[in-house]
Design a protein around this ligand. Structure first.
Ligand code: ZN
Ligand code: ZN
Length: 213
């Protein structure tokens, strides 16, 4: 069967996100997603807690701040240290039983990997709805996927509930975390998505300011 998954979402366990566990499930269902990957910055505890406490299918993940740029680990049950090289980080993710995604490799202002995205990765995030400039980021990430023959995935990098599902990956897999991540590593997946509209970015900043000031 096919599942439809947003593979890059931040919750309130990332300090820069507004997405509560309730928002996460509400918007994921509203967008018709089968599952979401929770990929908070450098921590896994929130993802594991949400996965335990909801009936909705959650892929526990982490977005690691490697020395060379951000890396998403999917199906990881333990924290991966930040500050290691990209290659060491990918090895740690594999040792933890996860798959490694070169997320937004060419986005400005995001701690991107650039040419540190290589064949060690299982997948490259060719569509990231928050990446700027969107079209250039998408094109250059596709070139990485072509050059190294690795899988292509999509995620929103959502930090605000209503943006969940602007990008998603369709995967040939059963509704089960292990099967989904194995299918991603094998390339049985296809990315879809579009950029988050400016109006929604502004709404997010407004909500963020209201919460913090
Ligand atoms: Zn990032
Ligand atoms: Zn992110």
């Amino acid at each position: 069967m096919q599942v439809k998954v947003d593979l890059h979402v931040h919750t309130i366990y990332s300090r820069d996100s507004l997405i509560t566990p309730e928002d996460l499930v509400f918007y994921a269902k509203k967008r018709g997603l089968t599952a979401v990957a929770v990929t908070d910055h450098d921590r896994i505890d929130g993802a594991l807690k949400i996965a335990r406490e909801t009936d909705f299918l959650i892929i526990p993940g982490i977005e690691v701040s490697s020395r060379n740029g951000h890396i998403v680990g999917l199906n990881v049950q333990e924290p991966i240290p930040k500050g290691l090289s990209a290659d060491e980080t990918v090895d740690r993710i594999h040792a933890a039983g996860g798959v490694a995604v070169a997320c937004h490799p060419f986005a400005f202002f995001k701690g991107s990997l650039g040419n540190h995205a290589n064949a060690n990765f299982d997948a490259v995030e060719t569509i990231n709805s928050s990446a700027f400039p969107f079209n250039r980021c998408t094109r250059k990430a596709q070139e990485i996927a072509d050059r190294f023959g690795i899988s292509r995935v999509a995620g929103t990098d959502a930090h605000y509930g209503p943006t969940i599902g602007y990008a998603y990956t369709v995967i040939d897999a059963e509704q089960q975390v292990d099967d989904i991540v194995k299918a991603i590593a094998k390339g049985k997946c296809q990315p879809f998505g579009r950029p988050i509209p400016i109006s929604m970015k502004l709404a997010k900043y407004w909500q963020f300011l209201k919460k913090h000031f």
